[in-house]
Design a protein around this ligand. Sequence first.
Ligand SMILES: *[C@@H]1O[C@H](CO)[C@@H](O)[C@H](O)[C@H]1NC(C)=O
Ligand SMILES: *[C@@H]1O[C@H](CO)[C@@H](O)[C@H](O)[C@H]1NC(C)=O
Ligand SMILES: *[C@@H]1O[C@H](CO)[C@@H](O)[C@H](O)[C@H]1NC(C)=O
Ligand SMILES: *[C@@H]1O[C@H](CO)[C@@H](O)[C@H](O)[C@H]1NC(C)=O
Length: 262
Amino acid sequence: MAAGLGWKVILVTLGLFLEIAAEVIKLNITSNWKPEFGWEVICSWEMLPNDTLQSVRLQNNGQQFMIYRPEIHGASRAEIFRTPENVMNVDCTLTAMKGRRGKCVLSIEPYQPPTIDFTYTCEVSGERPKFMIERKDYVVKTLVPPSAAKLEYKAYEEVPPGRVMLNCTSSGLPAPSLQWTVADDKVQADFTGRLWNATSKLWHVWSFLAYTRSERSSTVTCTPEVHSHNELIKGAPAMYSSANAFGIQAIIAVPIVLMLHR
Ligand SMILES: *[C@@H]1O[C@H](CO)[C@@H](O)[C@H](O)[C@H]1NC(C)=O
Ligand SMILES: *[C@@H]1O[C@H](CO)[C@@H](O)[C@H](O)[C@H]1NC(C)=O
Ligand SMILES: *[C@@H]1O[C@H](CO)[C@@H](O)[C@H](O)[C@H]1NC(C)=O
Ligand SMILES: *[C@@H]1O[C@H](CO)[C@@H](O)[C@H](O)[C@H]1NC(C)=O
């Protein structure tokens, strides 16, 4: 009984301590994908009114690559870091007296297809006498969900009759795979291809299917998929229906993105 109570007291004390500690320096990291550019990661902080910013340290996968100290660098510091994979612009600025509020913006533009996730760490330290420290890790996932599938096709009325050539495309990161189904049956593509588009910074993929319509009309569906972090992420599928194949285009893009847990 007494031991149980003792634990409770320790846990409650610990809880209070954590609550107070969490209020000393508020730290946020966010990230977003900017089309045709790359990632923007923002670390922002807010300190107690009586504290002063001593330093901000930035790490990439555990390696410190930049330290910002207002005492040395002044009200802002901007640096450019180049690697064979990407170029990163870092811009740290203060938005309140004594650096009590401020942010570091990391703009990361890939030169090559990104393959791995990055963990960025932001550590903000206060001045004496407390030297408060707050740090946060943030994982930037190499993931841009597949775009809605697009279908191009040519239908031939001559010989052989009912022959349809379908070419399906999508883009994303990592490279999406394109799944074909004909009336709910999975079918293999005849050709597939992909290229990394240095403008969009995404993989552009295509898949070609030559298909002969049967007597009964059926629907051909192309669905972009990507496996990422134990999730199957699908882009909006595109459909071709042989019922209205001749004449106007029979392309229906269903505007949904399905997030399915495996
Ligand atoms: C952190 O994010 C929360 C919620 O989004 C916001 O209310 C708060 O102002 C942010 N703090 C800083 C220091 O940016
Ligand atoms: C700032 O004030 C808080 C109480 O509001 C106090 O706990 C803390 O020690 C002070 N920090 C500094 C650096 O003086
Ligand atoms: C399918 O489209 C892609 C462009 O998205 C093109 O490069 C490829 O040659 C096309 N395939 C066929 C067989 O037409
Ligand atoms: C690359 O992407 C841009 C849009 O970001 C597009 O205009 C261009 O046609 C694409 N190039 C290829 C080869 O797909």
